[in-house]
Design a protein around this ligand. Structure first.
Ligand SMILES: [Mg+2]
Length: 256
């Protein structure tokens, strides 16, 4: 079956956490955008995806009309609006944005702080904000959002601390979805608002059927943010490095 739409996770798949895509990756993705639709779905917020992905693709004049951007695990969905001229604010158009209620946000933050304090995670030095409201998603990072990736990996090399936090917070919030996010973070959203939801919206908007999708990500274990993808039954590839993704793109481009 011909793949019409390639979907990529961002952190650990297209770029290092919170870093712009490399020139190599950008050029491979730009080549794919010439011939196929491409979507990027990430737990990060719009501004972060703009910095990591769109700004890099704009530099090489990529075909952005084929690009679909789903920040906050698909709770927001943006496409490129070529008619809107040069005003940056208007070039990327939101098809939708979901949100938590004020009371859900409050409960989520309270549960995160309580459990993190219990686990002594609040004693870990952090010079930035641990809690971020991404619009529809509350994200907690024990080491602040912008901490170096090496520090995050050193603090929690196996992801065990991150999982422990998620499992315990989940017990406090039965009406919300709690899952480990990108690197050392835990994400909280409405139930059912995960990457699978985003991908269904993507299908509805593009008219591409599920069996014409291909997904590439790096965290498919049952606590990872790519795990919900598996319930869709779509074809996918699990990568363990950015080099794996580059090799996949090179092979795919050869065949197209
Ligand atoms: Mg990832």
């Amino acid at each position: 079956m011909m793949v019409e739409l390639f979907i990529f996770d961002l952190d650990g798949t297209l770029a290092s956490s919170k870093m712009p895509m490399s020139a190599d990756m950008t050029s491979l993705l730009a080549r794919l955008l010439q011939v196929r639709k491409v979507a990027v779905i990430s737990g990060g917020k719009f501004e972060l995806l703009k910095m990591q992905v769109m700004n890099e693709l704009e530099k090489v004049d990529a075909n952005l009309s084929n690009l679909h951007i789903l920040p906050v695990s698909g709770m927001q969905y943006y496409t490129y609006d070529a008619d809107k001229g040069t005003s940056q604010m208007h070039v990327w158009k939101a098809l939708y944005k979901k949100s938590l209620t004020a009371s859900q946000e409050f409960q989520a933050i309270a549960a995160l702080l309580e459990v993190a304090a219990d686990l002594n995670f609040l004693d870990v030095p952090s010079c930035g904000s641990r809690i971020e409201d991404r619009g529809g998603q509350i994200t907690f990072s024990t080491l602040e959002q912008d901490a170096p990736v090496q520090d995050k990996e050193q603090w929690d090399p196996t992801g065990e601390k991150q999982r422990e936090l998620a499992v315990r917070v989940r017990r406090h919030l039965p009406d919300l979805e709690v899952r480990p996010g990108g690197c050392t973070s835990v994400d909280i959203t409405q139930i059912g608002m995960n990457k699978a939801y985003g991908i269904r919206q993507l299908c509805a908007s593009t008219g591409v059927e599920l069996d014409r999708l291909f997904y590439v990500g790096d965290k498919f274990n049952d606590e990872g943010n790519d795990y919900p993808i598996l319930q869709l039954g779509i074809d996918y590839l699990e990568v363990s490095s950015l080099d794996d993704t580059k090799a996949f793109l090179e092979n795919t481009l050869e065949k197209l």
